[in-house]
Design a protein around this ligand. Structure first.
Ligand SMILES: [Zn+2]
Ligand SMILES: [Zn+2]
Length: 258
């Protein structure tokens, strides 16, 4: 089976001790590439270095997570993200709205997200979006972005069918993580709702390890189990779903690998 991990926090200190082994295991498991997420400017710089060390295998993104939106300074941070794009970042993000934890005031989250959506439009890059318990505002901002020609992915998606439809209608993609392997997962209809050409898969590592390693440090190799679970939900073969994930991520991020 081949697949592509569209969302890994590979720059996270959780991987400092054995990052090269983690990457080697991903290759051995069939990962044709890994998108290393820069959820902060510090993480983006580290992810850029990883990308340079693993050309045509590790790609990187740059953005500011909604948890940190309170300290988002639009002129300073959009300039810094733009500089990462000029150095090869394949997407803006992750950014978005998280009203579950509310680590930053919601108005600040919306402002930081809007600024990064606008930057995605300016730089003609796709946007990697985190959304939790912020359905209406996410749907409104995604629809507006879609109208402006901005493409994005709702990553680690566990939201409503209505929000999924809002994203899909806007030309966006939806990515599933190891959450679909959890015993409490009860929405295979959501997994089936995403058309073949908009489906992505991800580890979101080091978080959200799939069953039977739930609670442990996650790693990109384990996306294979998520592919198997997504395939079962869709009544498709794991090989076919893995190939879709490769094809779609390659198109979405304009990768030259795979
Ligand atoms: Zn996220
Ligand atoms: Zn993430």
């Amino acid at each position: 089976m081949r697949f592509l991990d569209s969302h890994a926090h590979l720059a996270d200190p959780a991987f400092d001790a054995d990052r090269n082994e983690v990457i080697a295991r991903a290759r051995a498991a069939g990962a044709v590439a890994i998108v290393a997420i820069g959820e902060s400017l510090v993480a983006a710089a580290r992810a850029r270095e990883l990308s340079a060390a693993h050309p045509d295998y590790v790609y990187f993104t740059a953005g500011v997570h909604p948890h940190d939106a309170a300290s988002f300074d639009a002129p300073r941070d959009t300039a810094a993200i733009r500089a990462e794009v000029e150095q090869g970042a394949v997407a803006i993000g992750e950014c978005g709205l998280d009203y579950h934890y509310d680590h930053s005031p919601r108005e600040r989250q919306r402002r930081a997200f809007a600024a990064q959506l606008a930057l995605a439009g300016e730089t003609r890059r796709p946007v990697v979006v985190h959304t939790r318990d912020a359905e209406d505002d996410t749907a409104a901002m995604v629809r507006e972005a879609g109208t402006a020609g901005i493409c994005g992915v709702l990553h680690c998606f566990t939201g409503s069918h209505a929000l999924a439809h809002a994203a899909l209608d806007s030309g966006w993609y939806i990515s599933f993580s190891g959450i679909v392997t959890f015993k409490k997962w009860a929405d295979d209809a959501l997994v089936r709702l995403v058309p073949d050409d908009r489906l992505l898969v991800e580890s979101d590592s080091p978080y959200l390890a799939p069953v039977p390693d739930r609670g442990k440090r996650n790693e990109p190799a384990w996306v294979a189990r998520t592919v198997e679970r997504v395939a079962a939900a869709r009544g498709a073969s794991p090989v076919a779903v893995g190939e879709l994930a490769v094809l779609n991520a390659t198109r979405f991020f304009s990768l030259h690998a795979a």
